[in-house]
Design a protein around this ligand. Structure first.
Ligand code: SF4
Ligand code: SF4
Length: 288
């Protein structure tokens, strides 16, 4: 009989869900390097939780580069919709298998004004991804993966099933633990500070010595800026994840040089073409 793990592996093979991972709910109490208040533990959202299932889809870099734009806005909405749908279908599948499960919310806030006042959701998908060995925190709240840098949207399902009941092979569980340790030891962030330098409102502290959680993004200011952009109908910024040099997607799209994002200096034919294309997309479909 096919297990839940087999189901996710098939989805990965077909590229329906390219990223997934598992963590034990008990990991939240153990980890001190990237602490989070116990209110945000999975068992405080669904007390029966034994396993946390994380799914993720990469953000497509050339669309992100047009930010702020209606293109990136629609892309964000589409990624969220796919993840919401997958969370519901996978939870429903598990419930039918007699494993009590529930999806969390992808975003988890009703409108930006709520985030400005209280800049957090009831559950952190990034901490779930960290415990699942999918990556590690970089500067502040940026969560980095090897393949896509910070350009991944995550979502989480909470279940009363154990990893063994879900069919997660023991060797995969061990590999994940090793991966997580490696990420913790070596990190992925190269402290280039591009995220801070390019942030349009300087919401990210630029002291390279101070990593998460010692310094965090000023989330209220960030949310206020996103709200401002949202009123024009554009995407909600994302510059910090656009400019981060980490991720192999930069090779695929030939975007290794992040100097291309300083749009005030046109110093090559390629940059001229890129900036022209971004400005073209930005000029349509939103309020001035
Ligand atoms: S989303 Fe934009 S405003 Fe917010 S921290 Fe990142 S770069 Fe700054
Ligand atoms: S842009 Fe640089 S400092 Fe910021 S998260 Fe990426 S690698 Fe780290």
């Amino acid at each position: 009989m096919k297990t839940f793990y087999d189901l996710l592996s098939q989805k990965k093979k077909k590229n329906i869900l390219p990223i997934f991972g598992f963590a034990d709910a008990s990991d939240w109490g153990k980890e001190q390097k990237y602490p989070i208040h116990p209110d945000f533990y999975p068992t405080n959202v669904f007390p029966e939780t034994k396993t946390v299932i994380v799914i993720g889809i990469p953000v497509i870099l050339p669309i992100l580069e047009t930010t702020p734009s209606v293109y990136y806005n629609e892309h964000q909405n589409n990624l969220n919709a796919v993840l919401e749908n997958e969370m519901v279908m996978l939870s429903s599948f598990l419930n039918q298998q007699e494993f009590a499960s529930m999806p969390t919310a992808r975003g988890g806030y009703s409108e930006m004004s709520v985030l400005i006042e209280k800049p957090a959701a009831a559950f952190s998908h990034r901490h779930a991804a960290y415990h699942a060995g999918l990556g590690v925190f970089g500067r502040n709240n940026v969560f980095l993966t090897k393949k896509y840098g910070p350009r991944v949207r995550f979502a989480t399902i909470l279940t009363a099933a154990t990893q063994t009941e879900l069919g997660v092979p023991k060797k995969k569980q061990k590999k994940k633990a090793g991966q997580k340790k490696k990420f913790e030891k070596n990190g992925l962030c190269i402290n280039c500070m591009a995220c801070s330098r390019f942030c349009p409102i300087q919401a990210i502290n630029d002291d390279p010595e101070r990593m998460y959680p010692a310094v965090k993004t000023d989330k209220s200011r960030c949310a206020a800026y996103l709200d401002e952009l949202g009123k024009k109908g554009t995407s909600r910024c994302g510059v910090c994840i656009k400019v981060c040099p980490v991720g192999k997607d930069r090779i695929l799209f030939d975007r290794r040089n992040i100097g291309i994002y300083d749009e005030s200096k046109i110093n090559s034919k390629k940059k001229e073409q890129l900036v022209r294309s971004w400005n073209h997309v930005r000029a349509y479909g939103t309020k001035k």
